[in-house]
Design a protein around this ligand. Structure first.
Ligand code: DGY
Length: 317
C-alpha cells in the first residue's frame, strides 16, 4: 500500500506531480470542499504533508493528523509552520534550501531596476498610446540610475549574498545588516537598520520573517528618504504596510518593488494606484528551473522521511 500524502497547495511542474502521484496516495486538500468529512475519514492515514512556503500548515491541522511524520515545505520560508510544535511531536519539517536562491536574487535586482528606471510606467505609457499623444520627452519623468547606487541588504543569508554579488556587478557599494557581522564578508556591516537605511539608496529585504515583523517602519522609511527605493522579496510582514502606504502616498520614498505583501493576495489600494510602486504576485521562485528543483527536493524529503530516515533538509529533528 502506498503511504498517504496530503497536498496543501498546487504543484505546477507536471513531472513532480506525476512522481508524487506514482509514489503516494495523494489527497489534494485545497480541492476538497468538505474538509471535516475528509479528516474524519482519512486523518489517521496521513503520514506526509506537502505545503507551500509562505502558506505553510496550521497547527490546528497538524493536531488533526496523529500519524504525521513529515511536512515537506515547497519553499524556504518556514514562518507559516509552528516549528516548536512540530519539534515537540518529532515531525520533520523540511525546506528547499538552496534551490531558489538565484531566482529570488534575480527578481530583487529586476524589481530594483524596474522601479528606479520606471520600466513599468514607461511600458504603460507606450502601450496605452500616450507616446503618440504626448511625444515631448517631458511627458514622462526622468528616472534614477541603478549602477553605483548604495545598496543596503537586510538579511545576509543565501539570498542576501546572491543579491550582493549581482549588485556588486553593477558597481554598487554594498552594506548589510543582520543579527551579527559575518566574518567571511567584506561588505560593510551596519548593525542598526535605521542607520543602514540612512546610508542606502536602495534597501533590499532578504531576511526571514520569524521575529522580524514590522522592522521596516516609518522611521526606517524616513531614513531611506525621498530618493530611496525599498525592495521586498522576502516576506510582506517584515514591513509595516500602513507606514509604507503612508510613505508612498506622501512621496517620502522614491519607490518600491514588492513581490510580497502582508495579506496576500490583497494589496492596499494606495499601492495599486501609485506609479512609483512595482509589484509581483509573490513569484520570485516561479521559474520552471527553480520550481522543478524545489519539487524534486520535496520528493526527496518525503521519500527519506517516509522510509524512516531523517531527511537531509529537516529543520526540526
Ligand atoms: C518561500 O520559499 O518561502 C517563498 O516565499 C514561496 O513561498
Amino acid at each position: 500500500m502506498k503511504p498517504t500524502v496530503l497536498q496543501l497547495s498546487p504543484i505546477l511542474i507536471p513531472s513532480v506531480s506525476q512522481k508524487l502521484n506514482e509514489l503516494y496516495e495523494v489527497h489534494k486538500y485545497f480541492e476538497i470542499d468538505d474538509k471535516e468529512a475528509f479528516l474524519a475519514k482519512h486523518a489517521a492515514d496521513v503520514h506526509g504533508v506537502v505545503s507551500g512556503g509562505h502558506t505553510g500548515i496550521s497547527k490546528a491541522l497538524m493536531e488533526r493528523l496523529p500519524n504525521l511524520k513529515v511536512v515537506a515545505v515547497n519553499g524556504v520560508g518556514t514562518d507559516a509552520v509552528d516549528m516548536a510544535y512540530a519539534k515537540s511531536r518529532g515531525i520533520h519539517v523540511t525546506a528547499t534550501f538552496g534551490a531558489l536562491t538565484e531566482d529570488v536574487a534575480d527578481l530583487a535586482i529586476g524589481l530594483l531596476l524596474t522601479s528606479c528606471r520606471g520600466i513599468c510606467a514607461g511600458d504603460r505609457f507606450v502601450r496605452e498610446g500616450n507616446w503618440v499623444k504626448f511625444p515631448s520627452p517631458t511627458a514622462i519623468p526622468l528616472s534614477r540610475r541603478f549602477s553605483g547606487m548604495r545598496v543596503g541588504i537586510v538579511g545576509m543569508g543565501r539570498v542576501g549574498r546572491a543579491v550582493a554579488i549581482r549588485a556588486a556587478a553593477f558597481g554598487c557599494p554594498i552594506q548589510y545588516t543582520d543579527l551579527k557581522k559575518m566574518d567571511d564578508l567584506s561588505y560593510g556591516f551596519v548593525p542598526d537598520l535605521i542607520e543602514l537605511a540612512h546610508q542606502s539608496d536602495a534597501l533590499i529585504l532578504c531576511a526571514a520573517a520569524d521575529k522580524a515583523e514590522g522592522i521596516v517602519n516609518a522611521k526606517v522609511l524616513d531614513a531611506l528618504g525621498k530618493d530611496g527605493f525599498l525592495i521586498n522579496i522576502a516576506r510582506g510582514k517584515l514591513v509595516n504596510e500602513v507606514d509604507l502606504v503612508e510613505a508612498v502616498k506622501a512621496g517620502k520614498i522614491a519607490g518600491a518593488g514588492l513581490d510580497v505583501f502582508v495579506d496576500e493576495p490583497n494589496v492596499p489600494e494606495a499601492l495599486l494606484q501609485n506609479d512609483s510602486v512595482v509589484m509581483q504576485a509573490h513569484r520570485a521562485s516561479a521559474t520552471w528551473e527553480t520550481r522543478t528543483a524545489m519539487g524534486n527536493m520535496v520528493l526527496d524529503s518525503l521519500a527519506q522521511a517516509l522510509s524512516g530516515k531523517r531527511p537531509e533538509m529537516s529543520l526540526t529533528t
